[in-house]
Design a protein around this ligand. Sequence first.
Ligand code: ZN
Length: 178
Amino acid sequence: MTTDFKNETGFNIKNRRIAGPELEPTVTTSDELWMEEALRAAQRALEAGEVPVGAVVVRNGEVVGRGWNRNVAERDPAAHAEIVALREAGANLGNHRLEQCELFVTIEPCAMCAGALVHARIKRLVYGAEDPKAGAVSSVMTVVNHPQLNHQMDVRGGVLAGRSAELLQTFFRQRRAK
Ligand code: ZN
C-alpha cells in the first residue's frame, strides 16, 4: 500500500521506488534503521535552530559520514546535511569517490546535493519525504538518474517520510510563532 498526501508544509509523503539500472536486492528493514540515524541527525539540526534535515553515509553496514544542516552556524549556503555527510565520508575513507556507499537523507535532495551525489558516485540513495519545492530526484527536476548522466544510482524514496515531514513541520511552526 502506498500513501500519497500533502501535509501542511507541502512536503509530500509518498512511498515510491525508482529503480536504477543495476537494481540490487536490498534489505528494507535496514533502510528504516539507517533512516533512524538520519532522523537523529535532523533532530540535532532542529535543536540548533537549523532547518531539520539529517543524512548518513553508510558503507558495509557502518556509518562513515554524518551530517545535518549547518547553514546558519557555518554561514555557508552549501552546508546541507548531505554535503556535510559526504565530506566527512570522503575524509574518513580517504577518497572523493564513494562508490560503495549509500546515502540516507530525511528529505529528497536539492539540485546541489543531488549533483554532489553524482560527483561522489554514490551507489544508492534512500530518502524520506519528497520536496515539491526543491526536490531534484523527481519532484521539481531530475538530477539523480538524469538519462544523459553516466552515473546512475539505485533510489528509494518515502522511507519514514512521515517522521521527517513532522520534524520540518515542527521547525516551521516554531519559526512562525516567533
Ligand atoms: Zn541540498
